[in-house]
Design a protein around this ligand. Structure first.
Ligand code: T5A
Length: 208
């Protein structure tokens, strides 16, 4: 079972995955938690290049760094875990490229879909949880958390983008969810962390 979790900045993905992990442990399901960018050794070197607010990165260079991270991540981490029969829970994946580089930066969405197919070798998730939240709410959560944890500069390049950029990303995710309703489960991320996790568990009941 390959699960991905998507949403705008600060939608609560990390918090949500933590609660989901606890539920899987309780049920004795073996799983691997991973993330993009940075879910493999090569990706851990790429991640700071992508997120550091001090880096000036051309939009095409940014795209290919995300795709390089993904290709290696699929090969080194995701496919081997699935082959071992583990569930894989991935914090962001190919839909983020379409939402951020496509709807956010204005790159051609169909081209990005093909590039994603190339990077992943056609591996798409069984279920994608979209944590849906107004962009301004997510940003204020993320900025408060970054301030508390001192991440403003080192991981803040995307948070520093204009609100309109983040609103296009939310719309982009919702467009994708409407196009692939069999894969996407849209969760109301404005609820408490426990309520968001409970929404997901209802969707996962048939797979437990
Ligand atoms: N990107 C990524 C692309 O542009 N293209 C791509 O192809 C890919 C893969 C990655 C960045 O890269 C971009 C998108 C991103 O900008 P990242 O550091 O991995 O950056 O960060 P994000 O994935 O954006 O995740 P965040 O760390 O910003 O936020 P989360 O994980 O969604 O949120 P979380 O759980 O840390 O929560 C944020 C705060 O809100 C609170 C938490 O306690 C925390 O303080 N919170 C809630 N508060 C109220 N109610 C709830 N339900 C809450 N849930 C959490």
């Amino acid at each position: 079972m390959f699960l991905t979790v998507e949403g705008v900045e600060g939608a609560g993905k990390s918090t949500f995955i933590g609660l989901l992990e606890a539920e899987l442990v309780k049920r004795g399901i073996s799983f691997l938690r991973t993330r993009e960018p940075g879910g493999c050794a090569l990706g851990r070197q790429i991640r700071p290049l992508l997120l550091d607010a001090a880096q000036k990165v051309d939009a095409r260079a940014e795209l290919f760094l995300f795709l390089a991270d993904r290709a290696q991540h699929v090969a080194d981490t995701i496919r081997p875990a699935l082959a071992r029969g583990e569930w894989v829970i991935c914090d962001r994946y190919a839909d983020s490229t379409i939402a951020y580089q496509g709807y956010g930066r204005g790159m051609d969405v169909e081209l990005l879909q093909s590039l994603n197919d190339c990077a992943t070798g056609g591996l798409w998730p069984d279920i994608t949880f979209l944590l849906d939240l107004p962009a301004e709410e997510g940003l204020s959560r993320a900025l408060a958390r970054n301030g508390r944890e001192g991440l403003t500069q080192s991981e803040g390049r995307f948070e520093a983008e204009a609100l309109a950029f983040h609103q296009r990303i939310r719309e982009g995710f919702l467009i994708r969810a409407a196009r692939w309703p069999e894969r996407f489960r849209v969760l109301d991320a404005s609820q408490s962390p426990e309520d968001v996790a409970a929404q997901a568990e209802r969707h996962l009941q048939p797979y437990f």
